[in-house]
Ligand binder design. Structure first.
Ligand SMILES: [Zn+2]
Length: 123
């Protein structure tokens, strides 16, 4: 996908939609390149290799004031659908920070993409 305002705006709307659906209260800041991220996030190895993963999210601690930080590689994505899958995937990590990729994760992701709602939580 091209990094143009209409795509960024679409991403913002999807983030808002899935945050609401997953009951995520904290702000999720989205970035499209390393240079725009806070310095300490830029130093993170996983964050630095975001182009390998399509997107990477730094999930904030539930008891501090920091927001969640997400970096998305728009060019990695071929369609809005693919971008939507990535956003739902990343926000599922935010909602369930201890849940790693596995059967339960993929099952939850499928249900979220089909519209499953979760109750609000602090994080
Ligand atoms: Zn993941």
């Amino acid at each position: 996908m091209e990094d143009i305002p209409v795509v960024r705006e679409w991403v913002d709307n999807e983030i808002a939609k899935y945050r609401e659906q997953l009951g995520i209260n904290k702000t999720v800041y989205v970035f499209y390149n390393l240079e725009d991220m806070p310095k300490d996030a830029q130093k993170d190895k996983t964050v630095r290799s975001y182009q390998k993963y399509a997107a990477v999210t730094c999930v904030a601690d539930s008891n501090n004031k920091k927001p969640h930080l997400m970096i998305i590689d728009l060019e990695w994505h071929k369609s809005f659908k693919g971008l939507e899958d990535t956003i739902a995937h990343e926000l599922l990590h935010v909602r369930f920070p201890r849940l790693s990729h596995g059967e339960i994760f993929w099952k939850k992701l499928g249900m979220v993409l089909m519209g499953k709602k979760y109750k609000r939580r602090k994080r």
